[in-house]
Design a protein around this ligand. Structure first.
Ligand code: C2E
Ligand code: MG
Ligand code: MG
Length: 697
């Protein structure tokens, strides 16, 4: 019922209906007015005719009664009048002689006779001897003088009659007019509706278009060719729609598209994940959110420059999309395609709306890892990247986009920490470790502020005589509750939360001060300080080193800086740029944990380093693993031919020491000689002869 009422009310309110009703009313009113005018003139004619006729028949009566009146023949006159009143249609009629005596009277009702009072009109007609008549209140009053044949005035005939014919004809006219007007309405109204409907068609078209546009369908053109204002209006509408459409598309692009890669952006990805995850929950299916973070992108980007970096991201996006599309086509189950989005920086996400099981997601994630491992060609160079991927499967790892992305991100961080270029599934324990990491980061911030960091020094000894030839500064954290923590427990966290720069700087200054204090006691022991990638890449790194030396008043030749192999490999130009000015002043450089990276030896030897620190894993395995022994031998032989110094790290046993000595190692560091110790203890170590004992055993 309601829809019908609604439709009717819409029709009633429509312009066509309003115009039709207005036209109908005009037709009706005009017809009625014309008819009324016509009937007024017809009425007037009828009235005149009626008067003429009545007056004529009264005059005839007057002439017929002339003899009887002149003779005062009461009987005849009375009889005559009595008979005539009906045929004349009068209500009142009487005859007077010239002495105003009543000769005959008649009434159409039962009025009593003999009480007549002559009307003024009758008296006047008698007095003047001429015909009188007047009409008032629908009554015709007339008085005709009675003349004899000799033109002698003998009396007067008076009659009063109601003009009933007029009233009847007026009523009939009204009825007729109404009928005609209605008839005209019946004929012209549909015609008017047709014409109005046709005339207002463009307005309807415009209205429909506006309604469509309001429901966001702006992709249309109104076709109105009336040549009038409506066509102008329609054209204006079209221009407005086109502009709105363009603007909306631009807004949509800005809101949902990543402009560097043309991929969906974070917001679009979030919305799509929300929809897909809800659907999966309803239908009992599974899907996955993959969080991707490129390995080494920052460094590559720094060396490429912003423009080329963006191009590289675009290529990465394209490659990821290709892999995802390939997987979509291969899987028959997923009718919904996957979505690749860029969140910003070097972070991408992939939504797999439907997977059969986690192995499905793993397979796709591995394909993505492999695809990114292939070199990218940019400005004639081959650029190598990697990608760490975290996978969160829904619904079990979360049902809303925020949780899913957070969990996938956590898993990604694990993959990255494990060395990158791999995929890792989210596990609920990661939430706990992420929380612990957060606590750790906050505590570490306090640690730096509250001087909870201390530096220990591990001696490096000369193989030939066991004398202390240097010391490596190794940071420790005197945690208020957990005790003394080694760097393995917090360096990674410090790197991730950006505190490593501050910590590294602090260690560098403390180590320089310590070495200067040894020097003041007459011990020239060079101190080696570890430098992390982030610290090394910071703007003004070399200045901060020179600052530390100056502040401690330590000669540069007593400072050695240890860089890892990966730092040296990833950005060789930057290394040379940073290292050279310091080396020129006498600071020496060591490659730490040498042999663990995959870099080519010959390449590394061309870099500006003075010392190779052979990684402790080779030293440890040397006695049991021939491969490890060969690596150590090769490094030592190569260093010798290049006249570079070597330090064998992690020497724990005399056997290891003897093997190293036989192979020509010059320096060693390890628990066999001394564990990392407070600076004051190192002074003791350097002056003590127990070191000699270990070497000479
Ligand atoms: P690293 O530079 O290779 O330092 C040598 C590590 O091996 C030290 O661990 C040391 O205690 C340990 N070590 C020495 N001799 C032996 C041995 O005979 N056997 C065994 N098993 N281990 C031995 P530590 O102090 O825990 O430091 C670990 C790593 O943390 C260092 O490796 C270095 O990469 C990093 N690190 C330490 N201090 C700093 C620092 O101030 N800044 C930065 N960026 N990294 C630091
Ligand atoms: Mg080191
Ligand atoms: Mg090392």
């Amino acid at each position: 019922m309601a829809p019908i009422r609604k439709a009717v009310s819409r029709v009633m309110r429509s312009l066509v209906m309003k115009f039709t009703l207005l036209t109908g009313a005009l037709i009706f009113a005009t017809t009625l007015m014309l008819m009324t005018l016509e009937s007024i003139s017809a009425q007037r004619e009828t009235r005149n005719l009626l008067i003429d006729r009545s007056v004529a028949s009264l005059q005839t009566t007057a002439s017929r009664l002339a003899n009887a009146v002149s003779e005062n023949n009461n009987g005849f006159v009375d009889l005559y009048v009595e008979e005539l009143i009906a045929s004349l249609g009068a209500q009142e009629m009487y005859v007077l002689n010239n002495r105003r005596e009543v000769l005959g009277e008649a009434y159409d009702d039962d009025r009593e006779q003999g009480r007549l009072r002559a009307a003024d009109m009758a008296v006047m007609a008698l007095g003047a001897g001429d015909l009188r008549y007047s009409v008032h209140d629908g009554f015709l009053e007339m008085a005709a003088p009675v003349y004899t044949a000799e033109r002698r005035l003998v009396g007067v005939v008076y009659a009063k009659r109601e003009l009933v014919e007029l009233v009847a004809s007026r009523n009939a006219a009204i009825q007729r007019q109404t009928l005609i007007a209605l008839f005209a309405l019946g004929i012209f109204l549909p015609l008017a509706a047709l014409i109005v409907g046709r005339a207002l068609k463009p307005v309807q078209t415009l209205t429909d278009a506006a309604r469509l546009a309001s429901s966001k369908n702006l992709d249309m053109r109104i076709n109105v060719k009336t040549g009038d204002e409506l066509e102008v209006l329609a054209n204006a509408f079209n221009r407005m729609f086109a502009r709105l459409d363009g603007n909306l598309k631009r807004i949509h692009r800005l809101a949902y598209v990543d402009l560097v890669t043309e991929l969906p952006n974070r917001e679009r990805f979030r919305k799509e994940t929300e929809r897909v995850a809800r659907k999966a929950l309803e239908e009992g299916t599974s899907g996955a959110v993959l969080f991707l973070d490129l390995d080494r992108f920052k460094r590559v980007n720094d060396s490429l420059g912003i423009g080329e970096g963006d191009r590289l991201l675009e290529m990465v996006g394209r490659r990821l999309s290709e892999v995802a599309r390939g997987c979509d086509m291969a899987s028959a189950s997923g009718e919904e395609p996957s979505m690749v989005a860029r969140l910003g920086g070097d972070e991408f996400t992939v939504l797999l709306p439907q997977i059969a099981d986690s192995a499905d997601a793993a397979r796709i994630a591995n394909k993505l890892v492999d695809a990114i491992r292939m070199p990218f060609e940019i400005s004639g160079h081959h650029v190598f990247l990697g990608v760490s991927i975290g996978v969160a499967v829904f619904p079990q790892d979360g049902a809303d986009p925020e949780t899913l992305m957070r969990h996938a991100d956590l898993a990604m961080a694990h993959a990255k920490r494990a060395g990158g270029s791999a995929a890792q599934f989210f596990e609920p324990t990661m939430n706990q470790s992420a929380f612990e990491r957060l606590v750790l980061e906050n505590e570490l911030r306090d640690a730096v502020q509250q001087d909870q960091l201390v530096v220990y020094y591990q001696p490096k000894v000369l193989m030939k005589d066991g004398t202390c030839a240097g010391a490596e500064a190794l940071v420790r954290w005197q945690h208020p509750t957990a005790g003394l923590l080694s760097p393995g427990a917090f360096i990674e966290a410090a790197e991730e939360c950006g505190l490593i720069g501050e910590i590294g700087d602090w260690v560098l200054r403390a180590a320089c001060r310590e070495a200067a204090s040894w020097r003041a006691r007459g011990l020239e022991i060079p101190v080696a300080v570890n430098v992390s990638a982030m610290q090394f890449e910071r703007e003004g790194f070399s200045d901060s080193v020179l600052d530390a030396l100056q502040a401690a008043d330590l000669p540069p030749h007593l400072l050695e800086l240890e860089l890892t192999e990966s730092i040296a490999m990833e950005n060789p130009e930057r290394v040379i740029e940073q290292v050279q000015p310091l080396r020129d002043r006498g600071v020496s450089f060591a490659i730490d944990d040498f042999g663990t990276g995959h870099s080519s030896l010959s390449y590394l030897t061309r870099m500006p380093f003075d010392v190779f620190k052979i990684d402790q894993s080779f030293v440890r395995d040397m006695a049991t693993d021939p491969h490890a022994r060969i690596v150590v031998e090769t490094i030592l032989a190569m260093a010798k031919s290049l006249k570079l110094e070597t330090v064998a790290e992690g020497v724990e046993t005399a056997e290891q020491m003897n093997m190293l000595r036989l192979q020509g190692a010059t320096l060693a560091q390890g628990f066999l000689f001394g564990r990392p110790m407070p600076g004051a203890d190192l002074v003791e170590f350097a002056t003590d002869s127990s070191a000699d004992r270990a070497v000479n055993e």
